[in-house]
Design a protein around this ligand. Structure first.
Ligand SMILES: Nc1nc2c(ncn2[C@@H]2O[C@H](COP(=O)(O)OP(=O)(O)OP(=O)(O)O)[C@@H](O)[C@H]2O)c(=O)[nH]1
Ligand SMILES: [Mg+2]
Length: 390
């Protein structure tokens, strides 16, 4: 599957950049393209300048709203981000169209942190415009705030709720990524975000590559292609990745017909699947998924009918309501890995909480805006008899 990736705001831009890196890796190691082009869009010129892997020209690092913000950002006001996007959407689309293979893309992936003003305001508007202009799926990758941000910044909650409601109503799927789930004790603060971003995009590597393989030896018995992904992604979505290192003896042995060995392989597969479930990008109940997809990837001799069947049975128990699609991808040597997508989730507790916590906030924020406006009227009224020098 080939994507056009656009990141909005600082977080979006940095993750779009990680997708550009993923493409370089696919090209170098596998000779295939999975990201046709990657763009970063921001109201803040300093954020755009800080990127590394996005091409440096103004058609890839796109500054919007310069007329109103002068390149200084919208300071967490998502309404301002949305207004700017309505005015400057054409600028972004014109830049995207300059990409040579633009029309070869299978889908758009729009990425943003939901807590800031630019990403949360611009993304839903761009998703709507892209849906209106092109006949391609539009997916959003929504990065939810860390716990400490939710506790201390009311705007983080409010922007997230507004983003989720608006984007869900226009995009084909919203892939939820909870920043808090990626925090690891062994990450130092400085390179924390870089590591988190790498972890966020990793599950997309095999998923996007599998259907683009041209060499027969890397094409599975059941190849997972773009159609499988498009038919799986719908509504609220979680993605996960798990791997099981192959024991030394399995690596050495060329004979896979042995019963003991087969059951050991199946066990590894189930282990990787369980890790993928526990490492999903958002906490959710697998029982709520109406669609699911898994891709098993390992050396060709490791993948056999029994393994695929066992994994299917295992997943069916975990996601009883879901239509399950699957594929195998003969790639790699020392590890067996599973990419898992749970989609069309009928409930996500975190989303429900954002909505319920933001109802009062929405009232409060609109009240404050009215008070501000009436104060302006008041000072104008009070000063009406004072002469002006202008
Ligand atoms: N995973 C991840 N999260 C990030 C990154 N940068 C910022 N965030 C998170 O994204 C949210 C803030 O969004 P930003 O992207 O900084 O804000 P913005 O969209 O640029 O909006 P404004 O700066 O308000 O105009 C917070 O929850 C941050 O924790 C990043 O590189 N990776
Ligand atoms: Mg910013």
């Amino acid at each position: 599957m080939k994507l056009v990736v656009a990141g909005f705001g600082q977080c979006g831009g940095r993750i779009a950049e990680e997708f550009a890196r993923l493409n370089k890796r696919a090209r170098r190691h596998r000779g295939i393209e999975i990201v046709i082009d990657a763009f970063a869009v921001n109201t803040d010129s300093a954020d755009l300048a800080g990127l590394r892997a996005i091409k440096t020209d103004y058609q890839h690092r796109i500054l919007i709203g310069a007329g109103s913000t002068h390149g200084h950002g919208v300071a967490k006001i998502s309404e301002a981000g949305a207004e700017i996007a309505k005015e400057d959407a054409d600028k972004v689309i014109d830049a995207m169209r300059t990409t040579k293979q633009f029309f070869e893309a299978d889908a758009f992936l729009l990425v943003a942190g939901t807590a800031g003003g630019t990403g949360s305001g611009v993304t839903p508007v761009m998703a709507q415009v892209l849906k209106q202009r092109f006949d391609k799926p539009v997916y959003a990758l929504a990065v939810l705030p860390f716990e400490h941000e939710e506790e201390t910044e009311e705007r983080a909650l409010y922007n997230t709720a507004v983003f989720l409601k608006s984007t869900y109503s226009v995009a084909d799927a919203v892939i939820l990524v909870d920043n808090q789930r990626y925090v690891r004790k062994d990450f130092s603060l400085k390179n924390n975000l870089d590591k988190i971003n790498a972890l966020i995009v990793e599950p997309f590597y095999n998923l996007l590559c599998a259907g683009e393989e041209k060499k027969v030896k890397h094409i599975g018995a059941r190849m997972l292609d773009t159609g499988d992904i498009v038919n799986t992604l719908a509504g609220w979505t979680a993605i996960g990745y798990g791997k099981a290192p192959l024991p030394f003896r399995t690596l050495l042995s060329r004979w896979t017909g042995n019963f003991m060995q087969k059951s050991a392989q199946t066990h590894l597969g189930v282990q990787a699947m369980d890790e993928a479930i526990s490492e999903l990008s958002i906490g959710c109940s697998s029982q709520d998924a109406c669609r699911a997809l898994y891709l098993v990837s390992a050396a060709a001799r490791m993948i056999n009918v029994d393994l695929v069947k066992e994994l299917g049975n295992h997943l069916k128990n975990l996601v009883p309501k879901a239509v399950i699609r699957n594929g195998d991808y003969p790639r790699g040597k020392g590890v067996l890995d599973i990419t898992l997508v749970l989609s069309e989730l009928s409930d996500v507790e975190k989303v429900r909480n954002y909505y319920s916590k933001s109802v009062d906030l929405a009232k409060e924020i609109s009240k404050r805006q009215k008070v501000k406006a009436s104060k302006v009227e008041l000072t104008e009224e009070a000063g009406k008899d004072i002469p002006t020098l202008l």
